[in-house]
Write a protein that binds this ligand. Sequence first.
Ligand code: SAT
Ligand code: MN
Length: 591
Amino acid sequence: MRVLSLGECNTTNQAVLRWVDEMVALCKPDEVFWCNGSASEREALLDAAVEKGILIRLNQEKLPGCYYHRSNPNDVARVEQSTFICTIDAEQAGPTNNWMAPKEMYQKLRALSAGAMQGRTLYVVPYLMGPAGSPLAKVGIELTDSLYVVLSMGIMTRMGDIAFEQLAEDDEFNRGLHCMLDIHPERRYIAHFPQDNTIISVGSNYGGNVLLGKKCLALRIGSYLGRQEGWFAEHMLVLCVESPEGEKTYVAAAFPSACGKTNFAMMIPPAHFKGWKIATIGDDIAWMKPGADGRLYAINPEAGYFGVVPGTNSSSNPNAVEMISHDTIYTNVALTPDLDVWWEGKDGPVPRECLDWRGNKWTPASKEKAAHPNSRFTTPMANNPVLADEANDPLGVPISAIIFGGRRRDTMPLIFQAFNWVHGVYVGATMGSEMTAAAVGGAGQVRRDPMAMLPFCAYHMGDYFRHWINMHRLIKHPPRIFHVNWFRKNSHSEYLWPGFGENMRVLKWVVDRCRGRIDAEESALGWVPSSRTFDLSGMSGMTPERFEKAQEICEDEWRRELVLQEELFMRLYSHLPKELIFQRELLMARL
Ligand code: SAT
Ligand code: MN
């Protein structure tokens, strides 16, 4: 079979060429397009996407370089029920993952992919996760028949020849195959084969399911490799807090999807914090490895942000407003008659009329939302006005604090600090959070989401906790561990804490604790700030009493919490480190 080859194939790597040939023979595309990642290639592909109706070119005066995409309405979020970990046996994948035997899954997906690209183009998308030359960086190649994926990968990763340069003649690269098929939930599988460093995703075109460098490689395959190789792949933002004197402290924070990681990573400190600056290293994923100096170093493997749009405005995230005003792909927001975009919570007036995310006419009287709650922007990190220079540092940044946090209307105080590393692992392991629109189903329900990794850890969660405990030995100067909850409400359903920029106050306390500059009080949960020393000055509506309310440890709530923790521990029991059972007993005793 001869297929037309477009673009330039700029590799002589035999393992790559052989694998691409094999996948071409399977999927039978009419054309193969080798992406090199150049600016001129991107322009041509954007034009082609507009011509094919995959993208709409937005109003270029208002939104230069911006495009609009509408997904299939059945395909708007990650689908955990269709996500599989195909380790050799089910035990390895553990009870929190869907499992299928690799042989069976390969057979099933080969059958679905056979001839699936007839009449279509197969794009070869080489990409690098992490800064070029980083000891932590990894190469992946995604073969896809979706131009939307190609253009998104060009934003989210270091895409093109740069990946082949890093790979050279090595055969160690992630093999990713993506076939859209007919975008039908019944034929939707996101399958991971960790032992083969392989991912096959079919039947979807939604970011988290198909931008294979992100959740699939950087978290699921990454978590598996990290355990083998002695590093962490985590669902964490990484930021730099810089004091007026220029002292820099690096903080990583794990919150579940759609709980404000992007906002926190690029927050603007309130006026009260004169001279303090926040800079972003990453907004979603951190790869962390102990360095020669005994500290834990983090890189952001990604090069762009895939963020939730609704609620983005100049008070929630002014940097994001600026960031997404150019060179951004919008997915599933609303489209106005003058080809501008709109979403619930945007600055300015509500449009009198627009098309909603499905393409239907929408007016302010409509019952449905105009933008899908999980509508997204895809934007290069270079657009971020507060991008840290260190985001491109191959060596990464030394982490002083790790923050875990869920979305909890009750139970969890605003902030506490774990007593030590193992206690911190316990705090992360027992995290709970209300589900959001980022995954299909169950929004609002509290579920256990250990370290915000429940949907992303590709092996037994009990073994994952063991990995966390063991890593302590390799880190001479471990980060301090904290837990936060921005979402606690009072009995009138009002948030007890204003969040957003005011979270700087919590962050400042974290930094001061790491640097041994502020004392704390001992509580049953861990170290907590005293309302006398915690800085509330200049906050409107925030009284010491309200702060105490946000920090309250309520016995009834904790009795329930401990039962929910027990449910998780029972599920994981056969692999659960005894240290964590002990931590739970200690907590019970303290309460
Ligand atoms: O859709 S993604 O999985 O990429 C975003 C998220 O859910 O964290
Ligand atoms: Mn995420």
